[in-house]
Ligand binder design. Structure first.
Ligand SMILES: [Zn+2]
Length: 201
């Protein structure tokens, strides 16, 4: 139990997005054009996501199915010493360092509205309850207390709260977070379908 609060944040979320980060970007930009890649993302021992991809002259092409896919362009900006590399979000084309998978990979600004707006009232209701109960248990100042892309699963127990009560209250919040995530996943499917329609040749 001593290690309980010291799980790294990447392992700490029950439903973390699969991501493309600067680390992957670095290896992509060092790979020759036409290199094919089998990308996979894992959660604990389970594979969450598999994608075939190819390095192109402009970036990375990712297949969604056998004949369908989309392009993530790369970009760079000049620094005093050297260059900084970026992804271009396939939806809004802004430069970004991390892309999150929500049907397609996209920047946080594109993914979040999809996250927030799905199934409006039910999602809103759960969001209000989750934030309210989190504040009650963890305190108003707790980091990420308003961030619904985070789960409170590994947040530390506040001083002065009895363990039993803490676990009971936290499990209630986790159940609502999971419920909300399930509703959201349905929305993600719609988000993806809409994107496919827009990007179809
Ligand atoms: Zn974007």
């Amino acid at each position: 139990m001593t290690n309980y609060f010291y799980h790294t944040r990447t392992r700490a979320r029950t439903y973390e997005y699969s991501k493309l980060t600067e680390k992957e970007l670095k290896s992509f930009t060092q790979s020759p054009v036409n290199t094919t890649l089998n990308l996979s993302w894992h959660h604990d021992k389970d594979t969450k996501l598999n994608r075939k991809a190819k390095i192109t002259e402009k970036g990375l092409y990712i297949w969604i199915s056998k004949n369908e896919g989309y392009h993530i362009h790369f970009d760079e900006t000049e620094l005093t010493y050297g260059k900084r590399k970026w992804y271009r979000c396939p939806r809004c084309y802004q430069r970004c360092a991390i892309l999150y998978h929500a049907g397609i990979f996209a920047c946080r600004h594109c993914v979040k509205p999809a996250y927030e707006s799905q199934n409006g009232s039910k999602m809103d209701y759960l969001a209000d309850r989750i934030i309210k109960d989190r504040k009650k248990l963890f305190g108003d100042e707790s980091p990420f207390v308003n961030d619904l892309t985070e789960t409170c699963q590994w947040w530390p127990k506040p001083k002065g709260v009895h363990w039993q009560r803490f676990k009971r209250e936290r499990d209630k919040i986790l159940a609502m977070e999971n419920k909300r995530h399930q509703i959201w996943m349905i929305g993600v499917e719609k988000f993806l379908n809409r994107y496919d329609t827009l990007s179809a040749k």
